[in-house]
Design a protein. Sequence first.
Lengths: 575, 352
Amino acid sequence: MANIVSVDEYVRDAGYPGFKPEYGYTPWATEPVRTFRKEDEKRFWFMDFHWPNGLSPMGLVFLQDGYSWGTQWAAQNLPLPSGKGITQRLGGTHVYASEVPVESAWEAGFRAARIEENLSEFLPSFPRIWARRVWELETALTHFERFDFRHKNLADLDQNLRDARVFQRRAWEIHFEMMYPLLANYLAFYGVCGELKIDPVEISKFLQGYDTKILQCDRELWKLTAAARTAGIGRIFAANEPENLYRALRNDARASGWLETFDAFLGTYGWRTEGISDINLAPWTEDPTSPLGTIKTFLLKDEDHDFETARTAAVEEREASIDAARSKLTKEEQVQFDGALRSCQHANFAWWNDEHNYYIDLRATIPLRRACLAVAEAVGAGRRDDTLFLFWPELRQLASGIKKWSTFASIVRDRRQYYEHWRARRPQMPKVLGTIPNAVTDPILTEIFGMHHHFFNAMKAEGRPLSTLSGVAAAAGTVRGRARVLHSAQDLHRIEPGEVLICEATSPNWTPAFAKIAACVCDGGGTLTHASIISREYRIPCVVGVGLATQTIQDGDEVEVNGTQGRVTVFRRSA
Amino acid sequence: MTGHIIRWVDELDDRALPHAGSKIARLGALRRWGVQVPDGFVVTTDAYTRFMDETGVLNEVDTILSEISDMTNSAQIADVCGRARSAIERQPMPQTVADALIHAYDELSYRDRNLNVPVAVRSSATGEDAQDASFAGQFDTFLGVTGSGSLRTSVQRCWASLFSDRAVAYRMESGLDHRESSMAVGVLELVDARASGVAFSIHPVSGNPHRLVVEGSWGWGEAVVQGLVTPDHIEVGKSDRRVLNYRIAQKTVVSAFDYTKGRVAQHAMPRRMQSEAILNGEELQAVVEAVLAIEARYGHPVDVEWVIDRSRRPGDPVTIVQTRPVTVAAAEEPPTWDPVRYAAKYAFGNRA
């Protein structure tokens, strides 16, 4: 029984002012990004939660090079047996994605045979392969992050621009080249555990407690917090809002030593944005509001976070859950479980899912952003990030001197309006378009976006009042509270202690909220997404992959979150 | 002639199946292998045949059964079968059969140095459980029978149970002649059960051949077998006898001896016993030993009914009162970890 959500509105929308269809096409992908056409209704499109603000024209380059090319290239090389990666459509500035199917039965069988060979080689070699990819990424990032923009002419900046795009694409080829097989192995392990009747909530514990670059960054932030206390500059933090902190610290002589340490910290960890691959987000090196705000929050606590103890506790909990699970298995089952676990520890998706963000998701788009901003400055654009509102062919014309800035000034203003218009519209937009299926085949859709069967059940039930939603049980426990539905991190400060956070998804900059909330419910995601991991750390119930939580639940509803069984019940509607 | 009417368990083995029925013949076989089974005797199929022929009640039953015209009419079947059973139960036994029965019961009482030893009277059909479960549970069992009078009545009730609605309907649907069916009746010393239950030498639901399952409750196993009580559920790994999972159930009903009624009957379980584990580690291992030994002897998966005698001390054997071949098809060998196979199954869209 297929439900069909119409795409008509998005077919009629002309897109950004001055948009030409060829601006969006990448001829070499299996299926390129484009705007909606009526025939798209036959397929299933879901709104991607990674860009709550929508994408600017230069942001679309990521869709072409990273999302489409990256997933499709990886899908062809692994190969994914029954899918050819993911493609995208635009609803205004917002991204809807869909898997590219393998239509031919012969081809599916052929691909299945090929992946058998490749997967068996990849998994044992993973550490070595990843080390080589990290070398590639670090070598390239060093080049871009040390690029001296001073004394460069426009031709140099144009070259830098093209190089940065090449790098972004390569980084995302690597991203999906790693992610698909690691995820496949993780889901296989998850399946084995299910057959052995192991509680799903325990499974992610089996792979926790390994150090990552992201945790290292957190530790450095705590060290800076301790140093701030020692330097006696806590009052400066208390007295200023995060946006003003850097200037306030610069103006205070007592902070100069501390600032040197902070700047050095940014040199290593500051090439990082508050969202994945969004060229419109400034990295910490450009705007240190976020890390300074985090340190400000940390200073409010009586004690510094004890990483050693937390890490030891995480390792102990891991070993204890493994022992507990094994004790319920026969010797024969233990052999099977041990083999599966060893494979996942060796090619650890849970670890890599955090680690790779340091090199790719939060970082690999920054060179392209800097390149765009440098061109904007060189050509005398009105605002420093105006060039982000040009399409690639236009930006190339600008950077190669073919056209002058004045040609684009007015249309960029119009496009900024278009961007803001669609940013405001997002909460009301449908989460899915086209024909709703019963299942999907791409493991990224299943695990990252949480598209299990209950997700599709929720989609199909849309319109009928649902008092109980089902999802993936991500963190155990049951709690009842007042719902707070948030569509972006900007409203985080509105959360009152004890409320239940309802959102599309969370990312590292949402972490401070977890100290306040009673439970977390997300539309998307699986056991290894940010919300799940942080909820477990903070020991609050969490259910993800619910599908339509942000549309079904309203601000002020009384809800009960059962993170052990993956259920959310709405008890009382707000007036 | 009395030698054919009664046979003692300690004389029997599997070859005795035609006379003793599968249930009792198997007990004899187990006993020969060294398994502890209750002492007792069987009223053979020959005795049944003599009863039915010499008294003429067989012809009477024939006539009554021929009234069944419509197999789908359950009310008619119930009525006809009820009358057939009444005919059998009313009919006095031939003297030779009655004498042999009483003589055997006296002997059993003497063996136990007991007056009117309480016994379990168990039907042991020749078709029952032989290769399939079709007849399982269709025939009667009486626990806690004492005295020759009650014993005779119970034996006749067992004979009559060959004509239960279900049994008659089954034979008619399968085209079997009731004249070909025969009933042996076991008369076994009633083991005073502190705890009892069933055990399967493979997992009865999944067929996993590496796990065995023990279920049980306090008192006699009737409440468990009939599904009146939710039993404790224990799973054990067969290779290393390791307890994998002990799920204590809320046991609300117990089969216990009711002296006012003179038999075993269902009672409410005392509160403190409801959520207490029925087997300690040593007792559980004894049950595990027994079921594995029986499986090894037979060479195929089995289920058993076991009883922990109230007088049992650590190290004593467990008493087995029944064994059957398991009716669950054994699963294939558990697969080893194969990332490619499991990825194909779980990562690429074959789940619901």
